[in-house]
Design a protein around this ligand. Sequence first.
Ligand SMILES: NC(=O)c1ccc[n+]([C@@H]2O[C@H](COP(=O)([O-])OP(=O)(O)OC[C@H]3O[C@@H](n4cnc5c(N)ncnc54)[C@H](OP(=O)(O)O)[C@@H]3O)[C@@H](O)[C@H]2O)c1
Length: 319
Amino acid sequence: MLGSFAARYIPCAPGGAEITLTALDYPEIDITSPESVAEAFDSVRPDIVLNCAAYTDVDGAETHEMDALAVNAVGPELLAHAAKKSNALLVHVSTDFVFDGEKVGAYREDDEVNPLGVYGKSKLLGERAVASIAPEYLIVRTAWLYGPDGGNFVATILNLARQRSLVRVVDDQRGSPTYTGMLAETIWRLVSRGARGVFHASGRGACTWYELAAAAVELAGVKADVQPCTSEEFPRPAKRPKNSVLDCSKAEDLLGEELEGWRVGLETYITGLSESGRRSTPLPYSRTPVEHCHTSYYVITLKREAMRYLLLLEKKRTA
Ligand SMILES: NC(=O)c1ccc[n+]([C@@H]2O[C@H](COP(=O)([O-])OP(=O)(O)OC[C@H]3O[C@@H](n4cnc5c(N)ncnc54)[C@H](OP(=O)(O)O)[C@@H]3O)[C@@H](O)[C@H]2O)c1
């Protein structure tokens, strides 16, 4: 999801006019393969690498631990070594699920991590590999992602609401829903501002999954009854944090303004869905005054001015 949006957004972003985009697709990139990573770095010689590739099936990770570890821990480690070798900045995307949810209040970057499941543990290992190996890195933790380029919670709820009169959604987990458009823009702005280290970036504010579902159904004008339920009533293989709200003030201080509220991102997404009439809209992020720009590339190389390159990593989907 994120990589696809970023691939469309970044070339159109402020400062992106002089960027030349080259693209690589999977299997030209497999971040779990040392040969594949080395080959990509040798041919592209990136200055900046944005890793959006991940094993994101939170429940699946419980039974496919090695797969999750390969993509979320070994992959970033290989990228970090390659970034070190070629003096590249490694921008790595991580997750709110590195926290256990026991904190009262929003999580700051330096709060204690304690992931509850395999997915969170594998992502934490990836963070640690990046931070300990890459000389220059930016880790952006985000949360509850949705966007036009892939299956996500909001799309699932809207589909269910169109098929059923009643949809029940858990109301005892709080987080910060994040639109991929907003996140792509925020990452790009953080990179442009020279951010280094760990940053949180999510939709501003917080809600429960039930509140997010109810807001989505209402905004989409779907006539369905959305009712709250507990996590116990809806058991899943992976345990989730009760509270994974992210405090994004570090990013906001650097960027000089608040990140967009989660409801604004939701409205943008749902408006985009109804305007395009399909799940995947080619519109760039609406907050940015950009011309229409669409690329189907998922792994991109970005060439800028005096040999500035960005590798954006995400395996291409076979639609
Ligand atoms: N989704 C969320 O709610 C959420 C929340 C917090 C943080 N995050 C983080 O945000 C980032 C982006 O998430 P997302 O939801 O956009 O992910 P996504 O839609 O699942 O995309 C991840 C991509 O990585 C690809 N991939 C898997 N293994 C790969 C490999 N070995 N080499 C290259 N690519 C590979 C996947 O391909 P296949 O689809 O073919 O497997 C997929 O295209 C991730 O780091 C994720 O951990 C996501």
